[in-house]
Design a protein around this ligand. Structure first.
Ligand code: F6R
Length: 247
């Protein structure tokens, strides 16, 4: 299903409220809430609202376990552009989550340690009973996580090569495309699919063409997000701009 909100803010508040509800429901059962998280500009207001709910409305993250979708490779965690830095700045530094419960693909691994790390990442998620909820943005290539065109629908966590358009879109953060890493570690489409609930968010007209393809286009490996059409537990959460090319 597709839900269109008047603007990014109202949509972000609604998504944050759903996450808070899930966390509280799990808390009441004495269970962890296992969340799959995204970086990028899209979820920033969701995270800001979660921080506000923590500060002002007593929402605790003590029972929350997180797995981030992806990280550039190679990437030092302390680098300004790392997804570790992003998550700390926008969420983790401001809430009561246990450091041990945070998982982000490791951009510092030696090449031969990447594949075992990826398998272990999958296994950790599985042993916790899977992701309760996966948050997604969408890239202009149609990528979810860093599953670029050509990714297999059953792909798992792995090392991938970034699309040229993705590197161009990231070039501002890195002061030029030449500084953007060529590779990344990402959860696979198969990993994302196993989540019990998937929320893909997109804001502004800039995302309208790719949202149209993702929601209404023919199923194709050329637009990995079209695979989400096969899922019965995915919701596209859009503002009016991102929804503006839907028929
Ligand atoms: C980020 C991620 C990417 C982004 C996508 C959109 O962890 O996996 O798929 O969600 O590139 O990025 P923004 O939100 O910056 O437009």
């Amino acid at each position: 299903p597709v839900t269109v909100y008047p603007d990014q803010r109202s949509a972000s508040l609604a998504v944050a409220a759903r996450i808070a509800k899930l966390i509280r429901e799990k808390q009441a059962l004495g269970k962890p809430a296992v969340l799959g998280l995204a970086t990028g500009v899209t979820p920033i207001q969701v995270y800001a609202e979660l921080v506000r709910l923590h500060r002002e409305e007593g929402l605790s993250f003590a029972n929350v376990i997180t797995f981030n979708l992806d990280e550039y490779y190679p990437m030092l965690p302390e680098a300004a552009q790392s997804y570790v830095t992003f998550m700390n700045e926008h969420l983790f530094a401001h809430i009561d989550i246990s450091r041990a419960n945070i998982h982000i693909p490791d951009g510092t691994l030696a090449p031969d340690a990447v594949a075992p790390f990826c398998l272990a990442y999958e296994k950790q998620i599985e042993e916790l009973g899977g992701l309760d909820l996966q948050l997604l943005g969408i890239g202009r290539t149609g990528h979810i996580g860093f599953n670029e065109p050509g990714s297999a629908p059953n792909s798992g966590t792995r090392l991938v090569t970034l699309d040229d358009l993705t590197r161009r879109d990231a070039s501002r953060d890195f002061g030029g495309k030449q500084n953007v890493p060529v590779k990344a570690i990402t959860m696979g489409i198969g990993t994302i699919f196993k989540a019990r609930e998937i929320i893909l968010m997109a804001w502004s007209r800039k995302k309208a063409p790719i949202i149209r393809k993702a929601v209404e286009g023919e199923l194709s490996g050329e637009v990995p997000a079209t695979y989400l059409q096969l899922s019965d537990h995915v919701e596209f959460v859009l503002d009016e701009g991102a929804a503006s090319e839907l028929t």
